[in-house]
Structure formats: C-alpha cells, structure tokens
Ligand binder design. Sequence first.
Ligand SMILES: [Zn+2]
Length: 414
Amino acid sequence: MTKLLITRARLFAAVDETVTDDGSVLIDGDRIAWVGPTGQLPPTASDGAELLDVDGKFVMPGMTESHVHLSYSNAHPSQLDRQPIPIAMLDAVDNARALLGFGFTSAISFGSAQGIDVPLRHAINSGRVPGPRLLASEKDLGSTGSNADSAAPESDGRKRIADGPWAARAAVREVAKAGADVVKIFLDGEALSAHAAPGVLSYTDEEVAAACDEAHRRNLRVACHARSAGAVKQAVRHGVDFIGHANFLDDEAVDMLAAARDRLFVGPGIAWEIQLLERGHEIGLGRNLMEARGYQHEIDETISAVKRLREVGVRILIGGDYGLSITPHGSNAKDLQYFVDLFEMSPAEALLCATRDGGLAFDPTGMLGTLEQETAADLVIIDGDPIDDIAVLQDADRMVGVMKAGVLHDDLLR
Ligand SMILES: [Zn+2]
C-alpha cells in the first residue's frame, strides 16, 4: 500500500467547525492513517510516505450530494428521459466525472431514468470511469396520477406505477432485482404538475407502509419526494430514510422529525425553486408564472422549515435536482451557497452538512465525511478558503485535487 503525507494544509476535518492552520493528513492505501496539526505528527509515522506540500491550500473531506440524478442530461424538466439510452449513458458518465471533479466523492441517487444508475455504479466501482461512490436508485415509484406519473408517454423510462400495497411491494422487488440501493417514492405532488399538486397525498398509508417494509427487508433504503407536512408525516411514520424537500411543515411534522432525527435525513433541494424563478424564462416558464404557481412562497416556507429543523437537531443535507438545463451537473456546490445566503448558516455549518452529515447518510458506519484516523481517504484540496467565501467550491480552477479511496485526481475538470 502506498503512503502519502499531505502537509501544510489549512485543514477542516469536519468533526466539528474547527479549522487547523498547519495541518497534515497521512494516507495509507484507501484509509486515513493520521490527521492533525503538522507539529504533532509522530516522528516515524510518515516514514516511506510520498510528500505533498499543499502550501496553505484548504483540505476538507469529500462532499456528499444527497439527491442526485446522474441520468438526467441537463434537459428541460419535461424531457429528462427523451435521450436514447446509449446517449444518456454517455452523458451520465460525464456527469459522474464532473460531480467527482467538484469534490463530491459520494452521491445518493433520488431516481434514475432508464435504470442507468446500476451499470454506472458498477463502472465507477470497477474503476472504468471516474465518479463518486454511488447509492444507486432505479425508476421512480409512484401511484397512477401521481407526480411520478407524467402524462407524456416518453416518461415511461423514468417511472414504475404501482397501485395497492401488493403492487407496491412487487415494484420494490423489481427495483431490488435490478440491483439498486435506494427506492425513490413519490408521496405528494409538485406545483408545476397539471394533475398532482403538492399537499395531495398520492399514496395511502397502507401503500407507503408496504413499500418501505419491502425495501427495508431487502436492505434497500427509501428516498421520497415529500413537499407537504402531510407527506413528510407519512414518510416519518413509515420509516423513509431520506426525505426530499420538506418545504411546508406544521408543528406536528417538526415534532415527528425531531423524534426521528437519529434515523433520517432531510434534503431541501432548494436549487430547483431558485433556478426556476431565476432562469425559468429560458425554458418557457417565466418568473411571474412561476410565482403565481407558488414557487416564491415555497422558498419562503422552506427557509422557515429549515430554521425550525436546525433548532431541533434534524440533520439537513445539501444537494438536489441538479441535472436540468436550469441546474446543470457540476454546479451542485451552489447548494452550500444557498445554505449560507438563504438559510443563514455559517460556511462551516454548511460544510458540515455537505461532509459529516452527508457522509453519515451515505454510510451509517461513519467511514465517510470526516477526516479521522481509519476513515476513508476521500478529500478535496482547494486553492481558496470556503470558510471565507463558500463560492470557491463552484470554481473549477480552484479545485486542485479530489481524492477518493486514496486515489488522487487532478484532471477531472480539465
Ligand atoms: Zn429529484
């Protein structure tokens, strides 16, 4: 196993908000062997190690994108799976490379057009293509007339429609058979949808209970689309692991999330609403129309929801719904900016959401998301200081290197 000593780093280990001015990280194979202030490095620990003097650059753990759609080809929201499968696969390879290049060493999938995630995960894990560690999902699971059930026949590559508990179980079994790690289920709707509004629950409790039970007995985790308090409560009641959006919360929903905070994670995925208002006109969805549909209200409610969840210690994850024309792949670090600007987090707190908390969501054993002895050697080297300016994470020129499992990449964005 090769050893590498990264030294003279401005070090953010993500155990807490501490930054160490002159820190070192010793990597042995795919694990971290030692981390701390350079002056405290044991005398013989780095014997035989290759030396990488980063001259004050910022070193932090790799980030987790908690709601990824690598199979979406930066297309119009209504055309996410109209690419022929071979082209979509090639696009997904590019998307995985860009995501890793921007420092995301892990990603949790929230839905995969054409089931592309599973072969992509195999290709990444076998070293054929560079990309993040991936919890792969499969096609979206939803009821007839749900937000997953678009009227366009072209959407067939993106959905499994199942009605009734046994059909929901069978659909989850198909997802498991396909080799996925995650089942994505739609619990309520979307303001843009002509037939499935937010707040209308598209599944009964019996159906959600069946889907979650079936997923968990097969060691799959469950990710859901849940915008309304009713949908969030349904998700908590039935053991959903990753709750996407959670925009509109009432007191009961906040209390239930607080009580379950050790077993679930919430990702607001706010890029969608923000970019829809800012750039929707590019895809024929003007700002006035989107405001009339309620998207500004949704942002305002999300700000208050996130504030309340932080107060009760619910873990909030970054990421969500990048991969559309208005939210292209690779711009995912904008989420940390939203966490700072919109949710009023300190940059260090936003970084902890992206690293420590995202790592725990991906791997509950604690191997990911922090730089500690024996954790995975997943880290990012940045020419800049995200504690001063969180936007440096969006700048390809500042991404000096990304390490995943001890392998350092410095050419993914060039
Ligand atoms: Zn999504």
